[in-house]
Design a protein around this ligand. Sequence first.
Ligand code: FAD
Length: 273
Amino acid sequence: MEHRIVKVLIVYAHPEPRSLNGALKEFAVEHLRSAGHEVEVSDLYAMQWKAALDSADNTARAAGTRFDPSLDSRLAYENGTQAPDIAREQDKLRWADALILQFPLWWFSMPAILKGWVERVYACGFAYGVGEHSDTHWGDRYGEGMLAGKRAMLVVTAGGWESHYAPRGINGPIDDILFPIHHGILYYPGFDVLPPYVIYRTGRMDSERYARIRLGLGQRLDALWTTPPIPFRRQNHGDYLIPELTLRPGLAPGGAGFGIHVDAQAGASVDRP
Ligand code: FAD
Protein backbone atom coordinates (compact mmCIF):
# COMPACT_ATOMS: atom_id res chain seq x y z
CA MET A 1 0.00 0.00 0.00
CA GLU A 2 1.17 3.55 -0.58
CA HIS A 3 2.15 5.45 2.52
CA ARG A 4 -1.15 7.24 2.74
CA ILE A 5 -3.42 6.25 5.62
CA VAL A 6 -6.29 4.27 4.31
CA LYS A 7 -9.61 3.92 6.09
CA VAL A 8 -10.93 0.43 5.65
CA LEU A 9 -14.41 -0.83 6.43
CA ILE A 10 -14.70 -4.61 6.78
CA VAL A 11 -18.24 -5.90 6.61
CA TYR A 12 -18.01 -9.40 7.94
CA ALA A 13 -20.63 -12.14 7.98
CA HIS A 14 -19.92 -15.31 9.93
CA PRO A 15 -21.82 -16.46 13.02
CA GLU A 16 -18.82 -18.09 14.74
CA PRO A 17 -15.80 -16.03 15.87
CA ARG A 18 -13.67 -19.21 16.13
CA SER A 19 -14.24 -20.03 12.43
CA LEU A 20 -11.74 -19.75 9.63
CA ASN A 21 -13.50 -16.55 8.61
CA GLY A 22 -13.28 -15.24 12.15
CA ALA A 23 -9.54 -15.93 12.29
CA LEU A 24 -8.94 -14.27 8.91
CA LYS A 25 -11.00 -11.24 9.87
CA GLU A 26 -8.97 -10.79 13.07
CA PHE A 27 -5.77 -11.17 11.05
CA ALA A 28 -6.93 -8.56 8.52
CA VAL A 29 -7.80 -6.03 11.24
CA GLU A 30 -4.44 -6.47 12.97
CA HIS A 31 -2.50 -6.42 9.72
CA LEU A 32 -4.10 -3.20 8.52
CA ARG A 33 -3.81 -1.47 11.91
CA SER A 34 -0.18 -2.45 12.31
CA ALA A 35 0.48 -0.84 8.92
CA GLY A 36 -0.99 2.38 10.34
CA HIS A 37 -4.38 2.24 8.68
CA GLU A 38 -7.74 2.90 10.28
CA VAL A 39 -10.17 0.00 10.38
CA GLU A 40 -13.87 -0.27 11.19
CA VAL A 41 -15.60 -3.64 11.33
CA SER A 42 -19.28 -4.27 10.90
CA ASP A 43 -19.57 -7.76 12.38
CA LEU A 44 -23.11 -8.42 11.25
CA TYR A 45 -23.93 -11.43 13.44
CA ALA A 46 -22.39 -9.80 16.53
CA MET A 47 -24.43 -6.66 15.78
CA GLN A 48 -27.55 -8.78 15.35
CA TRP A 49 -28.04 -6.97 12.09
CA LYS A 50 -31.65 -6.91 10.95
CA ALA A 51 -31.53 -8.53 7.53
CA ALA A 52 -35.09 -7.94 6.30
CA LEU A 53 -35.87 -4.70 4.50
CA ASP A 54 -39.35 -3.66 5.58
CA SER A 55 -41.59 -0.71 6.43
CA ALA A 56 -39.89 -0.12 9.79
CA ASP A 57 -36.81 1.08 7.86
CA ASN A 58 -38.58 4.40 7.29
CA THR A 59 -39.33 5.64 10.80
CA ALA A 60 -41.72 8.36 9.62
CA ARG A 61 -44.25 6.54 7.44
CA ALA A 62 -47.81 7.82 7.28
CA ALA A 63 -50.01 5.25 9.00
CA GLY A 64 -51.99 2.99 6.70
CA THR A 65 -50.15 3.89 3.49
CA ARG A 66 -48.89 1.19 1.14
CA PHE A 67 -45.23 0.35 1.74
CA ASP A 68 -43.17 1.01 -1.38
CA PRO A 69 -39.62 -0.28 -0.78
CA SER A 70 -37.86 2.13 -3.17
CA LEU A 71 -40.01 5.20 -2.52
CA ASP A 72 -39.96 4.75 1.26
CA SER A 73 -36.21 4.25 1.09
CA ARG A 74 -35.78 7.48 -0.89
CA LEU A 75 -38.05 9.51 1.38
CA ALA A 76 -36.38 8.20 4.53
CA TYR A 77 -32.92 8.88 3.10
CA GLU A 78 -33.79 12.42 1.96
CA ASN A 79 -35.74 13.35 5.09
CA GLY A 80 -33.32 11.85 7.60
CA THR A 81 -35.89 9.36 8.87
CA GLN A 82 -34.04 6.14 8.09
CA ALA A 83 -33.67 3.52 10.82
CA PRO A 84 -30.53 4.52 12.76
CA ASP A 85 -28.68 1.26 11.98
CA ILE A 86 -28.97 2.02 8.25
CA ALA A 87 -27.72 5.60 8.62
CA ARG A 88 -24.76 4.42 10.72
CA GLU A 89 -23.62 1.98 8.03
CA GLN A 90 -23.95 4.67 5.35
CA ASP A 91 -21.75 6.94 7.47
CA LYS A 92 -19.14 4.17 7.64
CA LEU A 93 -19.25 3.83 3.84
CA ARG A 94 -18.80 7.60 3.40
CA TRP A 95 -15.86 7.47 5.83
CA ALA A 96 -14.10 4.52 4.21
CA ASP A 97 -11.57 4.63 1.38
CA ALA A 98 -11.91 0.90 0.91
CA LEU A 99 -14.61 -1.67 1.64
CA ILE A 100 -13.94 -5.35 2.25
CA LEU A 101 -16.85 -7.77 2.25
CA GLN A 102 -15.77 -10.99 3.96
CA PHE A 103 -18.00 -14.08 4.00
CA PRO A 104 -18.26 -17.81 3.42
CA LEU A 105 -19.86 -18.70 0.09
CA TRP A 106 -23.29 -20.00 1.03
CA TRP A 107 -25.43 -21.34 -1.77
CA PHE A 108 -23.23 -19.67 -4.35
CA SER A 109 -23.71 -16.23 -2.87
CA MET A 110 -23.30 -14.17 0.29
CA PRO A 111 -25.01 -15.20 3.54
CA ALA A 112 -28.53 -13.76 3.87
CA ILE A 113 -27.49 -11.41 6.67
CA LEU A 114 -25.00 -9.70 4.34
CA LYS A 115 -27.49 -9.52 1.48
CA GLY A 116 -29.79 -7.83 3.99
CA TRP A 117 -27.06 -5.33 4.82
CA VAL A 118 -26.82 -4.44 1.13
CA GLU A 119 -30.58 -4.21 0.64
CA ARG A 120 -31.07 -1.90 3.60
CA VAL A 121 -27.90 0.22 3.56
CA TYR A 122 -27.96 0.79 -0.19
CA ALA A 123 -30.82 3.29 0.02
CA CYS A 124 -32.54 4.90 -2.94
CA GLY A 125 -30.78 8.23 -3.49
CA PHE A 126 -27.61 6.85 -1.95
CA ALA A 127 -26.60 3.72 -3.88
CA TYR A 128 -29.18 3.78 -6.65
CA GLY A 129 -31.58 6.28 -8.16
CA VAL A 130 -28.72 8.80 -8.33
CA GLY A 131 -27.98 11.25 -11.16
CA GLU A 132 -29.76 12.54 -14.22
CA HIS A 133 -30.97 10.64 -17.24
CA SER A 134 -30.34 11.99 -20.75
CA ASP A 135 -29.39 10.74 -24.21
CA THR A 136 -25.82 10.22 -23.05
CA HIS A 137 -26.13 9.61 -19.33
CA TRP A 138 -28.32 6.97 -17.65
CA GLY A 139 -27.95 7.92 -14.01
CA ASP A 140 -24.75 7.82 -11.99
CA ARG A 141 -24.00 4.11 -11.88
CA TYR A 142 -21.63 1.43 -13.21
CA GLY A 143 -18.47 3.40 -12.69
CA GLU A 144 -20.07 6.56 -11.29
CA GLY A 145 -22.11 7.15 -8.16
CA MET A 146 -21.89 8.09 -4.49
CA LEU A 147 -19.12 5.58 -3.79
CA ALA A 148 -16.89 6.48 -6.74
CA GLY A 149 -13.23 6.89 -5.85
CA LYS A 150 -13.41 4.13 -3.24
CA ARG A 151 -12.15 0.60 -3.65
CA ALA A 152 -13.83 -2.67 -2.76
CA MET A 153 -12.68 -6.27 -2.48
CA LEU A 154 -14.27 -9.58 -1.56
CA VAL A 155 -12.62 -12.07 0.79
CA VAL A 156 -14.54 -15.30 0.26
CA THR A 157 -14.14 -18.83 1.57
CA ALA A 158 -15.64 -21.79 -0.29
CA GLY A 159 -15.95 -25.48 0.45
CA GLY A 160 -15.63 -26.38 -3.23
CA TRP A 161 -12.30 -26.96 -4.92
CA GLU A 162 -10.69 -24.41 -7.20
CA SER A 163 -11.27 -26.73 -10.17
CA HIS A 164 -15.00 -26.84 -9.39
CA TYR A 165 -15.01 -23.08 -10.02
CA ALA A 166 -12.67 -23.13 -13.04
CA PRO A 167 -13.90 -21.95 -16.46
CA ARG A 168 -15.20 -25.49 -17.20
CA GLY A 169 -15.97 -26.44 -13.60
CA ILE A 170 -19.35 -27.86 -12.58
CA ASN A 171 -20.19 -24.91 -10.28
CA GLY A 172 -19.57 -22.33 -12.98
CA PRO A 173 -16.58 -19.98 -13.12
CA ILE A 174 -15.96 -18.06 -9.90
CA ASP A 175 -15.88 -14.78 -11.86
CA ASP A 176 -19.42 -15.52 -13.07
CA ILE A 177 -20.65 -16.52 -9.61
CA LEU A 178 -19.25 -13.34 -8.08
CA PHE A 179 -20.32 -11.10 -10.99
CA PRO A 180 -23.63 -10.03 -9.43
CA ILE A 181 -21.74 -8.91 -6.31
CA HIS A 182 -18.77 -7.38 -8.11
CA HIS A 183 -20.68 -5.65 -10.89
CA GLY A 184 -24.21 -5.35 -9.52
CA ILE A 185 -23.49 -4.50 -5.87
CA LEU A 186 -20.03 -2.91 -5.86
CA TYR A 187 -19.41 -1.40 -9.30
CA TYR A 188 -23.01 -0.14 -9.63
CA PRO A 189 -22.72 2.58 -6.94
CA GLY A 190 -19.21 3.49 -8.07
CA PHE A 191 -16.62 1.32 -6.32
CA ASP A 192 -13.48 0.29 -8.15
CA VAL A 193 -13.61 -3.47 -7.64
CA LEU A 194 -10.42 -5.38 -7.00
CA PRO A 195 -10.00 -9.05 -7.94
CA PRO A 196 -11.34 -11.19 -5.07
CA TYR A 197 -9.30 -13.15 -2.58
CA VAL A 198 -10.93 -16.59 -2.72
CA ILE A 199 -10.00 -19.47 -0.41
CA TYR A 200 -11.18 -22.80 -1.81
CA ARG A 201 -11.56 -26.24 -0.28
CA THR A 202 -11.86 -25.00 3.26
CA GLY A 203 -12.43 -28.52 4.59
CA ARG A 204 -8.82 -29.31 3.76
CA MET A 205 -6.98 -26.93 6.06
CA ASP A 206 -3.76 -27.48 7.98
CA SER A 207 -1.44 -25.04 9.69
CA GLU A 208 0.89 -24.81 6.71
CA ARG A 209 -1.90 -23.98 4.28
CA TYR A 210 -3.47 -21.58 6.76
CA ALA A 211 -0.13 -19.77 7.07
CA ARG A 212 0.04 -19.45 3.25
CA ILE A 213 -3.49 -18.12 3.12
CA ARG A 214 -2.74 -15.52 5.78
CA LEU A 215 0.39 -14.48 3.95
CA GLY A 216 -1.55 -14.11 0.71
CA LEU A 217 -4.25 -12.09 2.43
CA GLY A 218 -1.65 -9.83 4.00
CA GLN A 219 -0.13 -9.19 0.58
CA ARG A 220 -3.52 -8.35 -0.88
CA LEU A 221 -4.18 -5.93 1.98
CA ASP A 222 -0.78 -4.31 1.47
CA ALA A 223 -1.69 -3.85 -2.20
CA LEU A 224 -5.20 -2.56 -1.55
CA TRP A 225 -4.36 0.79 -3.08
CA THR A 226 -2.10 -0.39 -5.90
CA THR A 227 -3.85 -3.51 -7.28
CA PRO A 228 -5.46 -2.76 -10.65
CA PRO A 229 -9.27 -2.99 -10.40
CA ILE A 230 -11.29 -5.35 -12.58
CA PRO A 231 -11.69 -3.24 -15.75
CA PHE A 232 -15.48 -3.20 -15.91
CA ARG A 233 -16.78 -0.99 -18.68
CA ARG A 234 -18.24 2.36 -17.69
CA GLN A 235 -21.87 2.91 -18.59
CA ASN A 236 -21.80 6.56 -19.63
CA HIS A 237 -18.55 6.70 -21.58
CA GLY A 238 -19.49 5.37 -24.99
CA ASP A 239 -19.35 1.57 -24.62
CA TYR A 240 -23.14 1.21 -24.32
CA LEU A 241 -26.06 2.37 -26.42
CA ILE A 242 -28.39 4.58 -24.39
CA PRO A 243 -31.23 3.97 -23.54
CA GLU A 244 -30.99 0.29 -24.62
CA LEU A 245 -27.93 -0.17 -22.40
CA THR A 246 -26.58 -2.90 -24.62
CA LEU A 247 -22.90 -3.10 -25.45
CA ARG A 248 -22.14 -1.39 -28.75
CA PRO A 249 -22.08 -3.95 -31.57
CA GLY A 250 -18.44 -3.21 -32.42
CA LEU A 251 -17.26 -4.20 -28.94
CA ALA A 252 -16.71 -7.87 -28.02
CA PRO A 253 -18.23 -8.87 -31.37
CA GLY A 254 -20.31 -12.04 -31.15
CA GLY A 255 -19.80 -12.17 -27.38
CA ALA A 256 -22.51 -12.39 -24.73
CA GLY A 257 -22.82 -12.97 -21.00
CA PHE A 258 -21.03 -11.48 -18.03
CA GLY A 259 -17.56 -11.42 -19.58
CA ILE A 260 -18.36 -8.79 -22.21
CA HIS A 261 -18.73 -6.15 -19.49
CA VAL A 262 -15.06 -6.46 -18.67
CA ASP A 263 -12.79 -4.60 -21.06
CA ALA A 264 -10.47 -7.46 -22.01
CA GLN A 265 -7.92 -5.02 -23.46
CA ALA A 266 -7.30 -3.60 -19.99
CA GLY A 267 -6.90 -7.04 -18.31
CA ALA A 268 -6.65 -7.96 -14.60
CA SER A 269 -5.60 -11.13 -12.88
CA VAL A 270 -7.31 -12.95 -10.04
CA ASP A 271 -5.23 -14.23 -7.13
CA ARG A 272 -5.79 -17.75 -5.95
CA PRO A 273 -4.13 -18.93 -2.73
P1 FAD B 1 -14.51 -23.32 9.26
O1 FAD B 1 -15.46 -24.45 9.12
O2 FAD B 1 -14.52 -22.56 10.54
O3 FAD B 1 -13.03 -23.83 9.04
C1 FAD B 1 -12.62 -24.51 7.86
C2 FAD B 1 -11.34 -25.23 8.17
O4 FAD B 1 -10.35 -24.30 8.57
C3 FAD B 1 -11.47 -26.24 9.33
O5 FAD B 1 -10.69 -27.38 9.01
C4 FAD B 1 -10.89 -25.52 10.49
O6 FAD B 1 -10.34 -26.40 11.44
C5 FAD B 1 -9.82 -24.68 9.83
N1 FAD B 1 -9.53 -23.50 10.61
C6 FAD B 1 -10.42 -22.65 11.18
N2 FAD B 1 -9.78 -21.68 11.85
C7 FAD B 1 -8.45 -21.92 11.71
C8 FAD B 1 -7.29 -21.29 12.18
N3 FAD B 1 -7.35 -20.20 12.93
N4 FAD B 1 -6.10 -21.82 11.85
C9 FAD B 1 -6.01 -22.90 11.10
N5 FAD B 1 -7.09 -23.56 10.60
C10 FAD B 1 -8.29 -23.08 10.93
N6 FAD B 1 -19.35 -24.09 -0.40
C11 FAD B 1 -19.26 -23.85 -1.72
O7 FAD B 1 -18.19 -24.02 -2.32
N7 FAD B 1 -20.35 -23.39 -2.42
C12 FAD B 1 -21.55 -23.18 -1.84
O8 FAD B 1 -22.48 -22.76 -2.50
C13 FAD B 1 -21.67 -23.48 -0.44
N8 FAD B 1 -22.84 -23.29 0.18
C14 FAD B 1 -22.92 -23.49 1.54
C15 FAD B 1 -24.12 -23.22 2.19
C16 FAD B 1 -24.22 -23.36 3.56
C17 FAD B 1 -25.51 -23.03 4.24
C18 FAD B 1 -23.10 -23.80 4.29
C19 FAD B 1 -23.19 -23.96 5.80
C20 FAD B 1 -21.91 -24.07 3.67
C21 FAD B 1 -21.80 -23.91 2.28
N9 FAD B 1 -20.60 -24.11 1.60
C22 FAD B 1 -20.52 -23.92 0.24
C23 FAD B 1 -19.35 -24.41 2.34
C24 FAD B 1 -18.83 -23.10 2.95
O9 FAD B 1 -18.46 -22.20 1.94
C25 FAD B 1 -17.64 -23.39 3.87
O10 FAD B 1 -18.12 -24.22 4.91
C26 FAD B 1 -17.06 -22.12 4.44
O11 FAD B 1 -16.53 -21.29 3.42
C27 FAD B 1 -15.95 -22.42 5.43
O12 FAD B 1 -15.62 -21.24 6.11
P2 FAD B 1 -15.70 -21.19 7.71
O13 FAD B 1 -15.17 -19.88 8.16
O14 FAD B 1 -17.07 -21.56 8.14
O15 FAD B 1 -14.66 -22.36 8.02
